[in-house]
Design a protein around this ligand. Structure first.
Ligand SMILES: Nc1nc2c(ncn2[C@@H]2O[C@H](COP(=O)(O)OP(=O)(O)OP(=O)(O)O)[C@@H](O)[C@H]2O)c(=O)[nH]1
Ligand SMILES: [Zn+2]
Length: 346
């Protein structure tokens, strides 16, 4: 029998299957990550846990096993959101784990930008999350349905809804994605209504939460806010990192979002068609026939290029690191040889 608290936190057979029945450890879900410890939620409420080897590989939303004092083991997540490192764009950074739905928030106004939406949808697809497009400020738009149909046309993966984030009754339409066992994370530009939605979904004003979570050391403010319970019984993840996502190794995600273009490309005469001026290009034919928006092709090519560039940078860096490690291993062996002579015993 699964504990109802654990299930509401998102515990599933995927995680249960990773635990040895004899293992004397209790599961907990990570709600905040600091340098040497984490905060987590479990059957007995919030716990503070030490991670002696450092918290570098643990993200908000992760499931860990713990003994009440330490993290004993991190369980393999079901989904992982990664982004490019802000300072070093070729490095992967784990942003959040076990997010079921990536809520992509934009407004029914000039913020609505298909290219940005497609990028987020690709990130969601890559991470294994369901992309949910939330169109806020529907109350201020003349024709919110126009934005809705544009959003739905971006990918067959997309579920989209338009609402007024300031109206609790309308926000209640998000319940299926934040009820017990479900985890939602919101992304989107500044000012689109993420905080308004989060406050409505958790029933807590962010400011109030900050004051209450502050333990006078002033360090747990962000920690406490990273994973919160929703009124509907599920979880909401909000980290600074999740607000600015980029693409890393999202090739599969990009292909999924643009499956219509990829399907057309299958019929191009040349395997390596760039869909520019080649004869027998099925993509250009679809544009001429008016069944494919040329702007969509342009955005696809841009996203694909961007992903390729960053993925290459990442792989180059790994290769560089490997050859550096080899060189230094060789270097230290040489140094030892010089110090102790070729016949020295180890
Ligand atoms: N009329 C209307 N106003 C909204 C809606 N959603 C958000 N707002 C308003 O828009 C402003 C910005 O909303 P926030 O929730 O702070 O936006 P945010 O995405 O959290 O912004 P950052 O914290 O900068 O990332 C606030 O004044 C909200 O009251 C909506 O659906 N309708
Ligand atoms: Zn082509």
């Amino acid at each position: 029998m699964t504990d109802p608290v654990l299930s509401s936190l998102g515990w599933t057979p995927h995680f249960a299957g990773q635990v040895d029945p004899d293992e004397a450890s209790t599961p907990a879900r990570v709600s905040g990550v600091e340098r040497s410890h984490i905060m987590a939620l479990g059957v007995e409420g919030p716990v503070r846990l030490l991670v002696p080897e450092g918290t570098g590989s643990i993200a908000v939303g992760d499931w860990v096993l713990q003994d009440g004092v330490h993290v004993t083991r991190r369980l393999t997540p079901a989904t992982e959101i990664v982004r490019r490192n802000a300072g070093d764009t070729s490095r992967r950074q784990l942003i959040a784990a076990n997010v079921d739905t990536l809520g992509i928030v934009t407004s029914c106004n000039a913020d609505f930008n298909p290219a940005r939406l497609e990028r987020y949808i690709a990130v969601a697809a890559q991470a294994g999350c369901l992309p949910l497009v939330i169109l806020t400020k529907a109350d201020q738009a003349d024709d919110p349905d126009r934005y809705l149909s544009e959003a739905r046309a971006l990918s067959p993966l997309v579920v989209a809804l338009a609402l007024n984030a300031k109206d609790p009754e309308e926000v209640a339409r998000l319940t299926p994605w934040v009820e017990a066992g479900r985890t939602l994370a919101l992304v989107g530009s500044s000012g689109v209504g993420k905080t308004t939605l989060q406050n409505a979904l958790t029933g807590v004003q962010a400011a109030t939460q900050d004051i209450r979570a502050d333990d006078a050391k002033g360090r747990h403010t962000t920690t406490a806010r990273a994973l919160r319970r929703t009124l509907a019984g599920g979880c909401l993840i909000d980290t600074p990192g999740i607000r600015e996502l980029g693409l890393v190794d999202a090739a599969e995600g990009v292909e999924e979002v643009f499956s219509d273009v990829a399907a057309l490309a299958e019929s191009c005469r040349f395997r390596d068609c760039t869909h520019d001026r080649e004869p027998g290009c099925a993509v250009q034919a679809a544009i001429r026939a008016g069944t494919l928006d040329p702007e969509r092709l342009r955005r696809y090519q841009k996203l694909e290029r961007e992903d390729r560039l960053h993925t290459e940078a990442l792989h180059e860096k790994h290769a560089r690191n490997r050859s550096w490690a080899k060189a230094t291993a060789h270097g230290s062996a040489r140094a030892k040889w010089k110090r102790r002579g070729p016949d020295a015993e180890e």
